[in-house]
Design a protein around this ligand. Sequence first.
Ligand code: 5MM
Length: 340
Amino acid sequence: MQSLNTLEEVAAAIVAPGKGILAADESTGTIEKRLSSINVESTEENRRAYRDLLFTTEGVQEHVSGVILFDETLRQKSADGTPFPDLLTSKSIIPGIKVDKGAKDLAGAPGEKVTEGLDGLRERLKEYRSLGARFAKWRAVLSISDALPSHYCIDANAHALARYAALCVEQDLVPIVEPEVLMDGTHTIDECADVTTRTLTKVFEALALHRVSIPQILLKPNMVISGADCPQQADAEEVASRTVSCFNKTLPSDLPGVVFLSGGQSEVEATRNLNAMNLKSDLSWPLSFSYGRALQASVLKAWQGKADNVAAAQQAFLTRARLNGAAALGKYDPSEDPQA
Ligand code: 5MM
């Protein structure tokens, strides 16, 4: 791996041209849902075997610069006994770690959540850094409905994201700051643009207040997109224009890059939208991916928990990684996409 001595170098390596992140940080409950969708029991060994399949995919390092792990996975090993962080590092893939403890009900705000996990975080970060992690991730979630999100919810989550980010920088980990405005609902793309703009504005205000050095972080936002149940679905061109215009209003110029979440988009939508963004001429930041579901849906389907299907599942992963790597360069060709 190239020398990655500073947080700026780690951040730049993550958003290197044509590369992005695999989000494999599903917590125990979420991975259980993913595995049960293919009738695989969520035992520790099955979770390990599935992550091993992903991380040992030959050639994926051409398109994947980093992987976000869950606490359990960071401590697990590949079939040959190599700890996962070492395996990834040997392939020039940077290991990262999810450090939040999940979104919990926000007191006094029915229907809204705040992400927890700040207590004892400094000590946990120290340990994760010693186990080989070079970046971290914390996800806040905001829902859109008639009355939501409240200013209170946006502020509380921005504050927690900023405290997390400041601690990461102190502990030599690049913080990936993930404020996710959820796609669930009937809201229009206009409403998503409004909430995303208000959220990102507050997040960067909080980061400044908490003295977080922007060149040492990455942002993992949602795209500006129609609600999943909105009758009027914006196309990729509109998603791209609205997202880039929102960023031009809210993101500081010294941010090293943006790695989108996929948030429930299909694999093809997530790739197509990322590509449309990278065809824009007025981009001030590298725009890449940090996808969970949009990199893994076809992998799970191909695998079905069977050793005989590992090669096909790895091929599916390599294909999605390659297509998203191309989209990060504005070079996605749908005719090469088996899902399109
Ligand atoms: C991989 O999914 C992560 C969810 O973890 P939880 O188990 O805590 O729900 C999630 O944070 C993920 O990293 C991002 O949301 C991106 O994933 P998607 O599927 O939205 O691209």
